[in-house]
Design a protein around this ligand. Structure first.
Ligand SMILES: Cc1cc2nc3c(=O)[nH]c(=O)nc-3n(C[C@H](O)[C@H](O)[C@H](O)COP(=O)(O)OP(=O)(O)OC[C@H]3O[C@@H](n4cnc5c(N)ncnc54)[C@H](O)[C@@H]3O)c2cc1C
Ligand code: FES
Length: 259
C-alpha cells in the first residue's frame, strides 16, 4: 500500500554487470530501503545537474538492511549515467512510490511472468514469498541467453528465449500457456514490456486473478503532472500509473495500444 514518500540522497555502494547491457546497482538508502514493498518503485535523479531533466522510474529490485538495489538495462541517457556512477557517488531517490503487488498468503501458488527490465522484481518478490510462506514460480523471457540475469533465489525459474538459446524456444507467454495446461496458480503476476502484458491480459486476465505492473512513462511519479494515464476498463476515465499503480488488476484496465 502506498504511504508517504521520502526524498533521499542515496550513495552508490557498487554496480555490477549481470547480463548484456544489464546492471544491478546496490545503493545505501537508509530511509527508503526499510519501507519498500514488492512492486513499488523509486524516481532517480542526479545531484547538481538537470541532465537528464526528468527523473527516471525504477522498480526496486531487492532490499537488504539499509541498502536497496536497482536492476536496469542501459538503453539511454539516464541508465547509462547511473551505470557509470562510482562507489561513494550520489543518486537522489524519491520513494517508495506507487502500489505494489497484492499481499501473498501462506500456501498460495503464484506464477510470475517477467521480461526485459521487468525482471527487476524477481529478487524482492522471492524474498517476500519466503516471509509470507507462499510458493512462487517465475517465467522469465528474453530475446537471447546473453540477456538473462542469473538470479540466485530460492524460487523456481522457467526460462524462455526468442532464439532458443536457453529454456523454452519462444516467448514467455507461450511458455506460460504450455504450463497452464498442467496446473493453475492462485494468482498470476506480470512485469515487462507492454506487448507481453497485453498478451497476458488477453490470454489469462479473465480466467485467473492476474496483476500487471505497467511501464507507462512517468515524469513526476507522484500524481502531479497527470502524465501517466492508464485507461479504466469499461469507463471513459483514467487511472494514474504512478499513484493508482503501477500494479493493476488486469480486469480493471485497458491497454491503448497504437496500431
Ligand atoms: C514504474 C516503472 C518502473 C520501471 N522500472 C524499471 C527498472 O526496474 N529497470 C529499468 O531498466 N527500467 C525501468 N523502467 C523504465 C525506466 O524508467 C526508463 O524509462 C528506462 O530505464 C530508460 O531510461 P533512459 O534514461 O536510460 O532512456 P531514455 O533516454 O529515456 O530513452 C532512450 C531511448 O531508449 C528507449 N528505451 C526506453 N526503455 C527501453 C528499453 N527497456 N529497451 C529498449 N529501449 C528502451 C526509449 O524509447 C528511447 O528511445 C521503469 C518504468 C516505470 C514507469
Ligand atoms: S508521473 Fe506525474 S502524474 Fe504520474
Amino acid at each position: 500500500m502506498a504511504g508517504k514518500s521520502i526524498l533521499e540522497t542515496a550513495v552508490i555502494v557498487n554496480t555490477r554487470v549481470v547480463a548484456e547491457r544489464t546492471y544491478i546497482s546496490t545503493i545505501r538508502s537508509p530511509q527508503i530501503a526499510p519501507i519498500v514493498e514488492a512492486g513499488q518503485f523509486v524516481m532517480a535523479s542526479f545531484q547538481n545537474t538537470l541532465d537528464p531533466l526528468l527523473p527516471r522510474a525504477f522498480s526496486v529490485c531487492d532490499v537488504m538492511d539499509d541498502t536497496l538495489s536497482l536492476l536496469y538495462v542501459a538503453v539511454g541517457r539516464g541508465t547509462k549515467k547511473i551505470s557509470g556512477l562510482l562507489p561513494g557517488e550520489k543518486l537522489i531517490l524519491n520513494g517508495p512510490l506507487g502500489t505494489g503487488f497484492p499481499r501473498m498468503e501462506r500456501g498460495q501458488n503464484i506464477w510470475i511472468a517477467v521480461g526485459g527490465s521487468g525482471a527487476a522484481i524477481v529478487p524482492i518478490l522471492s524474498r517476500s514469498a519466503v516471509r509470507a510462506g507462499s510458493r512462487l514460480r517465475f517465467f522469465y523471457g528474453a530475446r537471447s541467453k546473453s540477456q538473462l540475469v542469473p538470479f540466485e533465489i530460492s524460487s523456481d525459474i522457467a526460462y524462455s528465449t526468442d532464439d532458443g538459446t536457453a529454456g523454452f524456444h519462444g516467448n514467455v507467454v507461450g511458455n506460460l500457456k504450455q504450463e497452464l495446461k498442467q496446473a493453475e496458480p492462485d494468482m498470476l503476476f506480470g512485469c515487462g514490456p507492454t506487448p507481453m502484458l497485453v498478451s497476458m491480459q488477453k490470454e489469462f486476465g479473465d480466467k485467473i486473478p492476474t496483476y500487471l505492473s505497467v511501464e507507462t512513462p512517468m515524469a513526476c511519479g507522484m500524481g502531479f503532472c497527470q502524465g501517466c494515464p492508464v485507461k479504466k476498463r469499461g469507463d471513459a476515465s483514467y487511472y494514474l500509473a504512478c499513484k493508482d499503480g503501477p500494479v493493476f488488476r488486469s480486469t480493471d484496465i485497458e491497454f491503448e495500444v497504437k496500431p
